[in-house]
Design a protein around this ligand. Structure first.
Ligand code: ZN
Length: 242
């Protein structure tokens, strides 16, 4: 995974470029975290990754693994911090609307996705992230196992990432944006950074467009990740409530 270090610098640049506006760093971090989550769905399909368990959990794991792997410590912590808060925000927005937890959903409850995120990120570098775990009240009972959870994640997704980077740079991910929103900027830069580091076995399109709802998803028929432009406003509202 050391091959990813140059990408860390490349990937860091778009983040740093817009991170100056403190109020947008939460929104930006969550756009990136969700983009990695959707990219995982795309990889599972395009690279025929076997998944033992819930695909949604595997996608969350991939997202936090990317944040840990691509970014230097300070930036990674800032991103993981905001991504973890993103799950709290989703839970709070749900409670505000008095919506019940959708136990039937393929996604785990937001509260659990929050703890999984905190645990995995802490487990990836426990020495440097004790404060991080403390801040989010990660219980000791779970914290003990987090380094092992991270090792397992790295041993599974890491193999695929090594394979993709071994293929070298390419233009296998294409970005098509409808606006010049923060979403479009963040994703366009990230797609560029990923193309500089790796190649997929099949062409993938990442599209930013209005879809009438705050959503992001992978469409296996079209081989497209769709990031709805409405998501950005949803994240801004969430930030205002936190
Ligand atoms: Zn998903």
């Amino acid at each position: 995974m050391n091959r990813f270090i140059p990408a860390a610098l490349a990937a860091l640049m778009p983040f740093a470029a817009v991170a100056e506006e403190a109020e947008s760093s939460f929104v930006e971090a969550n756009i990136l975290g969700i983009f990695y989550h959707e990219l995982a769905h795309a990889l599972i399909d395009l690279e025929q990754v076997p998944i033992f368990g819930q695909e949604e959990d595997a996608a969350d794991v991939f997202s936090i693994l990317m944040i840990h792997t691509l970014f230097e410590e300070e930036a990674a912590q800032a991103l993981a911090y905001d991504a973890a808060w993103g799950f709290i925000g989703e839970a709070e927005m749900r409670e505000g609307g008095v919506e019940e937890i959708a136990w039937w959903d393929t996604h785990g409850p937001d509260e659990q996705r929050f703890y999984n995120t905190v645990c995995l990120f802490y487990g990836a570098n426990p020495d440097a992230r004790e404060e991080f775990a403390k801040e989010f009240d990660l219980p000791q009972e779970r914290a003990e196992y987090c380094p092992m959870e991270y090792e397992q994640a790295d041993a599974s997704w890491g193999v695929l990432l090594d394979e993709l980077t071994a293929r070298g740079a390419g233009q296998t991910i294409t970005f098509e944006g409808d606006t010049d929103s923060l979403t479009a900027q963040v994703i366009a830069e990230e797609v560029k950074a990923l193309n500089n580091e790796l190649s997929l076995s099949t062409q993938l399109t990442v599209r930013e467009e209005s879809c009438g709802e705050a959503n992001a998803f992978y469409d296996p028929e079209a081989r497209e990740v769709v990031f709805c432009s409405e998501f950005e406003d949803h994240l801004r509202q969430m930030e205002a409530q936190l």
